[in-house]
Design a protein around this ligand. Structure first.
Ligand code: MEV
Length: 316
């Protein structure tokens, strides 16, 4: 029996510009964050098992083959990762140490996929190449999100800050930042999963494609403008671009009451700009906060939201 204890890690992410529009082929910019997820794979006497002690009320404990209502998608994602690693029936146990809250738009599912696959690659004695890792992560992400653009798991796998565009061959390249971005990230529960938000937007788009395509064009233009502003460290311009992007996302119908409240609080307490980040309908927001981010964090926490000040986009 393999006696190897193998580990894998991955950061979470924030989308700085272009969520949703990226699904329709427009460019988007995303960055890795400091919080992440670690996976440890070790030999076990019974079949594949997965434990995530910090998710759910009393942790998630997956035994493949058993019916476990409420956590089927995590079980199917685990099975997809094992399949991709050629370890479908291996006697192993994986434990995930998750610093990231699940399902709020901070890349928990993409980080789950990448950290898990990395640990499985080590466990089998043949780490995934970057190309194979991205392909395998897409299969795992599909279990959670249906037809993901690929943005989330690409930035989580590669780290730093990336410009990403979906296509037959996804195009991604690092965005050079004048300095890591000082931001406040805040989050709360979501009103629906990414799959639901993306699906409902698809219905609205298909009913009036011309109008929505124009909205997505505008979001794509913002992402292009942001590459330049990020390169120059032009925070005033970036803040304005955040606000514009949030307005477009609101127009697209993906903002929720909680996003609007968090964005308003951040702006009132000194953010240069703020927007929802990720799929929306609750979940997370990001605020550009070069000065006194602690004031924004306290105001958000006083209002009952989770919030932290951090820097994003640093290349490790
Ligand atoms: C979700 O984090 C980002 C979305 O653009 C969906 C996707 O890119 O697949 C909403």
């Amino acid at each position: 029996m393999n006696t190897r204890v193998s580990t894998g890690a991955a950061p979470g992410k924030v989308i700085l510009f272009g969520e949703h529009a990226v699904v329709y082929g427009r460019p988007a910019i995303a960055a890795a964050i400091e919080r992440g997820l670690g996976a440890t794979a070790e030999p076990a006497h019974d079949g594949p098992r997965l434990d995530i002690p910090r998710w759910g009320r009393s942790g998630l404990h997956i035994r493949l083959g058993e019916r476990q209502p409420g956590i089927e998608s995590v079980a199917r994602a685990f099975a997809a990762a094992l399949e991709a690693a050629g370890l479908r029936d291996a006697r192993l146990r994986v434990t995930i140490d998750a610093e990231l809250p699940p399902g709020v738009g901070l890349g928990s599912s993409a980080a789950f996929a990448i950290a898990l696959l990395r640990s499985l690659g080590e466990f089998r004695g043949a780490p995934f190449s970057t190309g194979d890792l991205l392909e395998a992560a897409e299969h795992v992400e599909r279990v959670f999100h249906g037809t993901p653009s690929g943005l989330d798991h690409t930035v989580v796998a590669l780290g730093g800050c990336l410009r990403f565009q979906r296509g037959r061959e996804p195009a991604f390249m690092p965005v050079a930042l004048a300095e890591p971005l000082p931001v406040v990230v805040a989050w709360t529960q979501r009103e629906g999963g990414t799959r639901d938000v993306v699906g409902r937007l698809r219905e609205r788009h298909d009913a009036q494609p011309d109008l929505y395509e124009r909205l997505f064009d505008a979001m794509g233009d913002l992402a292009e403008a942001a590459v330049e502003a990020l390169g120059h460290g032009d925070f005033a311009r970036l803040g304005a671009l955040f606000d514009l992007n949030h307005g477009y996302l609101n127009a697209a119908g993906v903002s929720g009451l909680a996003n609007e409240r968090m964005v308003a609080i951040a702006r009132q307490h000194g953010a240069l700009g703020a927007k929802l980040t990720g799929a929306g309908w609750g979940g997370a927001v990001i605020a550009l906060a070069p000065d006194h981010p602690e004031r924004i964090v306290s105001a958000l926490q006083d209002a009952g939201f989770s919030a932290t000040a951090t820097r994003v986009g640093a290349t490790s």
